[in-house]
Design a protein around this ligand. Structure first.
Ligand code: TXA
Ligand code: MG
Length: 362
């Protein structure tokens, strides 16, 4: 009798990957679009399905430091320290790549981005496949990342219907925003290329670096500029129009809200949507979603909420602005700084969700 249950799904998915197929899998951050990282044709299929620009490199998912070392040209002590502290978990480490890593994965650049995800399904899939998997977020390029299997299916209905994409359902993702991406410069400064769940205070503490040796490097990527650990680093996830819903979206404070509503013609006012941080009684918005006013809960619900509001095709999605960062030079200690770091990562995603031009609906 053929095996059924989760193990059978994982085995089937690993077999599909071995044949160069695509498998979407849950991680603790968002769902990834998995393919054999060492098979250039499978990697090409990922770029094609996502509509991802060829100059945007892919994250490679590994089981842990042992597999990661096979893909990097060097495995310096700082990388080992970070991997041991945060893997499996939402930290992506950029290192000089081994020649084994196909050019397409690194978008022609000299580096590779590595991460071991912390999710039982992702870990079981990597173990069953026995090798590294590319795993960009499983959404059409530039759109909001998926935090449920349903989001993935909605993004690629044809590929799913034709059996070209298997989707492993692991329920909603716990963290809800993508991993922190880091690289070290030759002068021993850790650059955060994409802020995420793991913040600069935690990274500095684990590495024993002074706080000013962990810096944000969030400049927008130039098309074709390879990411490198030697030059100012570009992380193409920092393209302005990433993580964006189709409806226009703006950040708004509670103080600004009445003015904003009053400035809209009556017919437009009726279809404004609102994503609030904590209770916001009688906003007057056509549709309101309230997320917890606490960064963990807010991040976990953010992408699903944006998708839900976007599906209503509102004239405008208004998003309550995240709390202002603490004043520079006086970082709060302990949990306070973790919360501030996570709000900063959320603010980064919100800036991108609200910086794009409205797009046409398919
Ligand atoms: O949480 C995550 O990281 C999710 C889950 C599925 O693991 N994956 C994800 O992948 O967000 P993706 O491809 O959507 O974002 C990868 C980010 C992009 O900002 C990309 O530019 C950057 O990592 N990246 C990939 N390779 C890089 C490299 N060699 N150097 C610098 N940045 C790189
Ligand atoms: Mg993405």
């Amino acid at each position: 009798m053929p095996a059924t249950g989760p193990t059978a799904f994982i085995d089937r998915a690993a077999a599909a990957l071995r044949l160069g197929g695509l498998v979407a899998f849950p991680t603790e951050t968002v769902y990834g679009l998995g393919a054999d990282a060492l098979n250039p044709l499978a990697v090409a299929a990922v770029f094609a399905l996502k509509g991802r620009p060829a100059h945007n490199p892919l994250i490679v998912h590994v089981t842990g430091p042992d597999m990661a070392r096979q893909l990097a040209a060097e495995w310096p002590p700082w990388a080992d320290t970070l991997a041991r502290a945060f893997w499996p978990g939402p930290l992506t480490i950029v290192l000089p790549a081994s020649p084994r890593v196909p050019h397409a994965v690194r978008a022609g650049g000299p580096t590779v981005a590595l991460r071991a995800p912390a999710h039982p399904t992702a870990e079981a899939l990597l173990a069953a496949f026995g090798g590294p998997l590319v795993g960009p977020s499983a959404n059409p390029s530039g759109f909001v990342s998926p935090t449920t299997a349903e989001h993935v299916r909605a993004g690629f209905p044809d590929a799913v219907a034709h059996g070209d994409l298997l989707v492993l359902d692991g329920g909603p993702c716990r963290s809800g925003i993508e991993s922190t991406v880091v690289a070290m410069t030759p002068d021993a400064t850790l650059r955060v290329l994409r802020p995420g769940v793991i913040g600069p205070s935690e990274l500095a503490a684990v590495l024993g670096l002074p706080a000013d040796r962990v810096v944000f490097s969030l400049q927008h990527a130039d098309a074709g500029a390879p990411a490198s650990v030697c030059t100012p680093l570009a992380s193409p996830g920092q393209l302005a129009s990433h993580y964006a819903p189709r409806a226009p979206a703006v950040l708004v404070t509670r103080d600004q809200w009445p003015t904003l509503l009053a400035s809209l013609p009556a017919d437009r006012r009726r279809s404004v949507a609102l994503l609030a941080r904590g209770p916001w009684p009688e906003s007057g918005a056509a549709r309101q979603i309230t997320l917890p006013d606490e960064p963990g809960g807010f991040a976990a619900g953010l992408y699903a909420a944006l998708r839900e509001l976007d599906a209503l095709a509102p004239t405008l999605i208004t998003i309550e602005a995240p709390p202002a960062p603490p004043p520079a030079g006086s970082p709060p200690a302990g949990t306070g700084s973790r919360d501030a770091d996570l709000w900063r990562a959320i603010a980064d995603r919100l800036a991108r969700a609200t910086s794009t031009q409205p797009r046409s609906r398919p």
